[in-house]
Ligand binder design. Structure first.
Ligand code: M6R
Length: 370
């Protein structure tokens, strides 16, 4: 059932173009508008929403963090992202105009299910973004947006992550369409960028695996890694760090790159591997300049720099010891490609060390207890 791949994780990473494609499919009508009839929340209720709270755990929460940047930009309403187990035990401010978005691959994560119940008891509507038809979370939610990534077997979540971002983006653009916060043309352009992403992910999968495998060989003995990114690159850094600790058992930390001088830079020593998610350089992107200056700072302290960067990025070429290239795409779309080499790196490092990449120690595919 691994279809020729030597692990489910490898197979599932290679299914990412299809996961994004299938999650988009059927949600755009002939005129290119977003059609979410399946969601069954009244348009009037949707239009009234004035706040979104994403509740999720692990990788799904990082997909939520990526979505926060996009949805706040498009819809101009606050989006909070909260770990489901934290949400439940405080006293969150929920009103009937709050939309709680529960993101879960399995649909059975107990912490997320309990957060959903808590939100509904307070009178908020809950929309589930879920990969498993008929699971508890979609069953109990007011509305469901299924990710169509196909069954995910490996404990480390990969294709579900890109599908979750895609589904959350569709939701964001749908709200923007309803509320009129983004011009129609711009919505169509953004959808076109989204539709182009499966092809771009494929390009990464066609070209980068040998580079990643070589890097994994070179880095197999490293005791710890830092992952840094800004804006949507920040949750990608967190996700890259999580993957590596989950399956290669390497001590990792993910940070927002802007935090470096507020503490984490103290960890940087000669030879310390530091992974940077570099935003596009085009259009004199200020974020790009900021990340490059972070790279300079850690490089000056002897760090070994691994960068995920856009093809042709000369600044990155100047400083990085290893570069994983991604094709050009808008910043908001970049997580869909940037995460791919990080998933591959974790997998290759785990294989280097002789670990079972599909069944890491101490972890279950779905955490059905609190
Ligand atoms: O099934 P869910 O998406 O609710 O699972 C949430 C987390 O348990 C899950 O993403 C976990 O962090 C994975 N092991 C990540 O690879």
């Amino acid at each position: 059932e691994k279809g020729g791949w030597d692990s489910f994780m490898d197979k599932e990473i290679h299914e990412e173009p299809a996961a994004v494609q299938r999650t988009l499919f059927g949600r755009l009508d002939d005129e290119g508008n977003i059609n979410l009839d399946e969601v069954r929340i009244d348009e009037h209720d949707f239009r009234a929403i004035d706040k979104i709270i994403v509740v999720a755990c692990g990788t799904a929460s990082y997909a939520g963090m990526v979505a926060k940047y996009a949805i706040e930009h498009w819809v101009r309403i606050p989006v909070e992202v909260e770990l489901a187990h934290e949400f439940r035990y405080r006293d969150p401010i929920l009103t009937p105009r709050t939309l709680v978005v529960a993101i879960s691959q399995s649909g059975e994560t107990m912490d997320t299910l309990m957060a959903l119940r808590h939100a509904r008891e307070q009178g908020s509507k809950v929309l589930a973004i879920c990969n498993t038809q008929g699971a508890s979370i979609p069953r109990e939610a007011d509305a469901v947006l299924y990710t169509h990534a196909g069954p995910e077997v490996a404990v480390a979540s990969t294709k579900a992550f890109v599908a979750q971002i895609t589904a959350a983006y569709i939701l964001g653009l749908y709200l923007a369409q309803l509320k009129g916060t983004v011009f129609r043309d711009e919505i169509h352009q953004t959808l076109d960028s989204l539709k182009a992403m499966p092809q771009k992910i494929q390009q990464v999968l066609d070209t980068q695996p040998p580079r990643v495998a070589k890097a994994a060989e070179q880095l197999a003995d490293a005791n710890s890694f830092l992952f840094l990114g800004r804006h949507v690159g920040y949750p990608v850094a967190l996700e890259g760090a999580l993957k590596l600790k989950e399956i290669a058992y390497t001590f990792t930390e993910g940070f927002a790159a802007g935090e470096l001088k507020h503490g984490p830079i103290a960890l940087v020593d000669e030879g310390e591997p530091v992974v940077f998610i570099v935003p596009p350089a085009r259009g004199r992107n200020i974020l790009h300049a900021k990340v490059i200056s972070g790279i300079e700072e850690v490089k000056a302290r002897g760090a070994f720099i691994i960068a995920v960067a856009e093809e042709g990025d000369k600044d990155v070429e100047r400083y990085a010891d290893i570069i994983f290239w991604r094709p050009q795409c808008p910043t908001l779309m970049s997580p869909l490609v940037d995460v791919v080499p990080l998933q591959l790196l974790a997998m290759d490092m785990a294989k280097q060390k002789g670990y079972d990449v599909d069944k890491p120690r101490n972890l279950a595919k779905s955490v059905t207890v609190e």
